[in-house]
Every structure is written in C-alpha cells, then in structure tokens.
Design a binder for this molecule. Structure first.
Ligand code: HEC
Length: 198
C-alpha cells in the first residue's frame, strides 16, 4: 500500500491555505494603516503645505536610482509667504477646483484618472514652461485660457477652456506646486524636470 507523503496530503494544503489567508489578511490591515500614516501632509514623503513657500527641484539619487524631489530655499508662490494654515487652505481649495471641474476626466494625478492628457503630478516642473522665472505666470495664463495660451506638452491635443477665475487658477497652481514636492518613488518614470539653473 502506498501512503501519501505529508507534503502531498489534502489536509496539509487545506490548513496551509487557511493559515496563509489569515496571516495575509492581518498583514493587509497593517499595511493599510501604515500607508494612511505615510500619506499625511507633513510627513517624510509628503511635505507640509507650506512647502509652496519653497523652491522645489529634482535631483538624481544614485542610491535609489531615481529622481527625488529636493526642497530648496525660499521661493514664495506669487511672491507671498503663507502660514501653514493659509497654505493648507489654498492647496485644499485648489484640490476642490480640480475635483469640482473634473480635471481627472482627462488627466491623471498620482497615476489616477484618465489618459487623454498628461499626468499632472509633476506638472509644476514640466520643462514645457520654459524657465522657472516665467512658470507661475505661464501656468496661470494657461489655466485661465488654455486655447490662447496653449503650449506643447507633447500630446498634440488641446485642453478645453474651463473658464477658471484668477482665484481658482492660482489655487490650482498652489496645489500642483505642493504635489510636485511629493516623493513618489520615481513616478512618473523617466520624468525630466524644468531646467534648474544649477
Ligand atoms: C477635455 C480634457 C481636459 C480637461 C477636462 C482638462 N484638461 Fe488639462 N490638459 C488637457 C490636454 C489635452 C493637455 C495637453 C495640452 C498640450 O499638449 O498642449 C492639458 C494640459 C494641462 C496642463 C499642462 C500639463 C503639463 O504637463 O505641464 C495642466 C497644468 C492642466 N492641463 C491642468 C488642468 C486642470 C487644472 C484641469 C481642471 C480644471 C484640466 N487641466 C482639465 C486636457 C484637459
């Protein structure tokens, strides 16, 4: 009579499946809570909102083999240094504009959204703005009237005019500046930043 070896027994595999599922369930819960604490503004990878008062640029990190954001000297957005609360309010308003106007119907942010138009995660650093000195005003003008102020972001497509007001467009710029400071582990891959004058 042949006896089934232990590693081929049905009972062993059933128990193994139950244990592995249970352990992975606990790991998943742990990772979910861990991720929640890592995505809060003011932590290691996601800077506080007042980062919009600083210059944000990119540097290639040899150890990580990817581009990582660097927070530099003072470079207040629209020339105005904001407190943490005011910066948080402006960035949050920008986020609401983006949600309210459904920009993600065409764009992606951190990879989420639609693939008609460029990913906006690093739009603040897009070389298409030409130079740091003119970026703020070009971005504002583009957002308020993308048809007249079209640049080429490499898509060959056109953005519709969403009739953003000055306040809405400025808040969107603040939101995009803050977003560009997030350490996204090299996303989007192969991203090239605006000339940085270094
Ligand atoms: C109907 C689709 C559509 C919608 C909706 C849309 N966009 Fe765009 N957007 C585009 C396209 C297409 C481009 C690229 C234009 C080009 O290549 O010249 C673009 C470009 C941009 C850029 C420049 C991207 C870069 O790489 O620097 C920004 C910033 C931007 N859009 C912001 C927004 C915001 C903010 C909203 C919502 C208020 C929005 N877009 C809504 C289609 C859209």
């Amino acid at each position: 009579m042949t006896t089934t070896p232990w590693w081929a027994s049905e009972d062993m595999w059933r128990k193994a499946a139950i244990w592995i599922t249970a352990v992975m369930f606990v790991v998943l819960i742990f990772l979910s809570f861990h991720s929640m604490s890592e995505i809060v503004a003011g932590t290691k990878r996601v800077p506080a909102y007042s980062v919009i008062n600083k210059r944000i640029y990119y540097r290639f990190d040899e150890d990580r083999n990817m581009q990582v954001p660097v927070i530099g000297d003072d470079a207040p957005l629209f020339g105005k240094t904001l407190s943490e609360e005011d910066a948080a309010a402006l960035v949050s308003y920008g986020k609401k504009v983006i949600q309210g106007r459904n920009c993600m119907n065409c764009h992606t942010l951190l990879g989420n959204g639609a693939y008609y138009a460029p990913d906006l995660t690093k739009a603040w650093l897009d070389p298409a703005w030409g130079a740091e000195a003119v970026r703020e005003s070009l971005m504002l003008a583009f957002l308020k009237d993308p048809e007249t102020n079209a640049r080429t972001f490499g898509t060959g497509r056109k953005m519709a005019n969403l009739e953003l007001t000055d306040e809405e467009a400025s808040a969107v710029v603040a939101y995009l500046k803050w977003m560009s400071s997030i350490d996204t582990n090299g996303f989007p891959y192969n991203f090239k930043a605006l000339p940085q004058g270094e």
